[in-house]
Design a protein around this ligand. Structure first.
Ligand code: NAD
Length: 289
């Protein structure tokens, strides 16, 4: 198969990551349809596009005609078929649950044309665990953006053993056209590069916190001022979503049976109380005015 010429991109899931991935793609010149099962999330995603683009223009970071053109290239729908039927590439950014991703990829395989590449933005789930539900495993791969996706340059592209060279080449090209810096992983590994490293820091920070040694503020201050990170692990947990940390830990624990992956007591408590970080207004920090 020759590398795919990508013009139309469908983004599945318009939450924390999806709405910004979709807007990044529209700004890069792709025609984008963003879909979600939640009308409320879709409305928020559309409102975000309507405020973000004029703000960039006001700040002198984007020309007015470019903003107008990008806005015209992106649309939002709750209908997966409408969103995916003409896509050359789909970027799935729905919540981090394997059975949900199986359902979405099986649907996409049925809806999309044969040439369509199906990429997942999953933080931890390698695409070989998803590709089997489709009839096109060579066109299913990981394309892992970072949060916030409009600002963060890195994208991890993973060449699992089932993924064709053409697929990886196309995905790398799309990343570059989006102004990103893609890095290619030559084989699948749980957590890819960055999350393996960050998880080690987060796990230790949560352990120290749960031992009653120091507050989230003080642990964050230590990491920011000693290690030079732009934010500490607790602010990062709030940004990425404590629900995500909970789901990832539970999936990994159920898969391996290894208690080290069990979400820490404070993560469980915050998950149950719906204190999921920025997205719910409260996590380790308070975001409500
Ligand atoms: P989120 O909860 O903010 O958004 C997920 C969205 O998926 C929700 O709006 C939900 O309504 C939607 N959804 C659920 N089922 C759906 C379906 N069947 N069809 C369409 N939409 C559906 O989650 P998020 O933080 O944006 O994470 C999304 C994916 O991106 C996850 O796989 C996660 O691992 C990955 N990721 C997250 C981050 C992060 O920092 N949050 C960073 C990189 C990658």
């Amino acid at each position: 198969m020759a590398s795919v010429e990508v013009k139309n991109i469908c983004v599945v899931g318009a939450g924390n990551m999806g709405h910004q991935i979709a807007l990044s793609a529209a700004l890069a010149g792709y025609k984008v349809i963003c879909t979600d099962i939640s009308e409320e999330i879709l409305t928020m995603a559309e409102k975000f596009a309507d405020t973000y683009l004029p703000e960039r223009v006001a700040k002198g970071k984007l020309a007015e005609d470019e903003a107008r053109a990008a806005r015209a290239r992106i649309s939002f729908t709750g209908d997966l078929t409408e969103a995916a039927q003409d896509a050359d590439m789909v970027i799935e950014a729905a919540i981090e649950k394997l059975n949900l991703k199986h359902k979405i990829f099986a649907d996409l395989d049925r809806i999309c044309p044969p040439h369509t590449i199906l990429a997942t933005n999953s933080s931890y789930i390698v695409s070989s665990k998803i590709a089997g539900v489709t009839k096109r495993p060579a066109q299913v791969c990981n394309m892992h953006f970072f949060n916030p996706a409009l600002a963060m340059k890195l994208v991890e592209v993973v060449k699992g053993a089932h993924v064709s060279d053409e697929t990886v080449e196309t995905v790398m090209d799309v990343c570059k056209k989006m102004g990103k810096i893609p890095v290619m992983l030559q084989k699948e590994i749980y957590g890819f590069l960055v999350n393996r490293i960050v998880s080690a820091i987060k796990t230790e920070a949560l352990y120290i916190h749960d031992m009653g040694v120091a507050s989230p503020e003080d642990i964050d201050a230590a990491v920011v001022h000693a290690l030079g990170h732009p934010m500490g692990p607790f602010r990062l947990l709030d940004l990425t979503g404590i629900d995500l940390t909970y789901y990832v830990g539970m999936e990994r624990y159920q898969e391996t049976g290894d208690p080290k992956y069990k979400p820490s007591p404070i993560v469980v408590e915050k998950f149950v109380n719906k204190e999921w970080g920025r997205k719910t207004g409260k996590g380790f920090y308070n975001y409500c005015k």
